[in-house]
Design a protein around this ligand. Structure first.
Ligand SMILES: [Ca+2]
Ligand SMILES: [Ca+2]
Length: 230
């Protein structure tokens, strides 16, 4: 299992970003936009179809909505992107905790089948924690998976919006310089630096939901998991 976790406050308008490079993380960061990333994952998941590179959660252009973005299978070259597909045995689950006990009160689950990404939720899951199940009674939505180089296909149903497909990796990090800083050979980052992820792609899953469907207001904790079918 690969997991990234972060906090987001539904009311504040502070912007804060964070970059973390460990396998499983927890961030007590409150902000309009919160970002967690671990492009280099634990050996068991690194480079696999379940390898999460980034998790973004932010208020939508429609301020009554929240947007969740999970990027997986990072560092795809253009040629690799053309061949990259979502794994039908891997479910990506967005977890949302609304009462600060770090147990998910809502989940949004995404799983691909035959070129379509299916979404379930948001709904209160019967199973929490390490295990996950898809409740067939959950609200079901879908969007065709967009092809590399083609226009993005946006699904719009159940008052939500959906996207699944390859995207340019938006993450910026100068890993070479970072290594030099850690080694004591450089005083800090260059401006603008050299983006290690320039020209590389990810497979992205995006869902925009009304805040009213995930608790409405206050602070939520949210994290994303990629889980292989057992
Ligand atoms: Ca909870
Ligand atoms: Ca879960």
């Amino acid at each position: 299992m690969s997991e990234i976790q972060l906090n987001i406050n539904l009311k504040t308008h502070t912007m804060k970003k964070s970059k973390i490079l460990v396998a499983t993380i927890f961030l007590s960061i409150i902000g309009l936009i919160t970002i967690a990333a671990d492009h280099i994952d634990a050996p068991a998941t690194s480079g696999t179809s379940a390898d999460i590179t980034d998790f973004y959660a932010f208020q939508g252009e429609d301020t009554s909505n929240l947007v969740f973005v999970a990027n997986i299978q990072g560092l795809l070259s253009p040629s690799a992107t053309a061949d990259a597909t979502f794994d039908e045995n891997v479910m990506v689950e967005f977890n949302i905790d609304t009462n600060n006990d770090y147990v998910e009160d809502y989940v949004i689950q995404a799983i691909p089948r035959n070129g379509v990404m299916y979404f379930f939720g948001p709904y209160a899951p019967n199973t929490t924690g390490i295990d996950s199940k898809i409740d067939e009674m959950a609200i079901k939505s879908e969007v065709s998976i967009s092809s590399y180089g083609a226009d993005a296909i946006i699904g719009n149903s159940n008052n939500m919006k959906f996207f699944a497909g390859p995207r340019d990796d938006p993450f910026f990090m100068d890993f070479a310089r970072y290594g030099e800083i850690l080694a004591g050979n450089a005083p800090g980052f260059n401006n603008p630096g050299s983006d290690t992820f320039a020209g590389s792609n990810v497979l992205s899953i995006v869902v925009e939901v009304p805040k009213s469907t995930i608790g409405g207001s206050g602070t939520v904790n949210t994290w994303v998991e990629a889980k292989a079918k057992q």
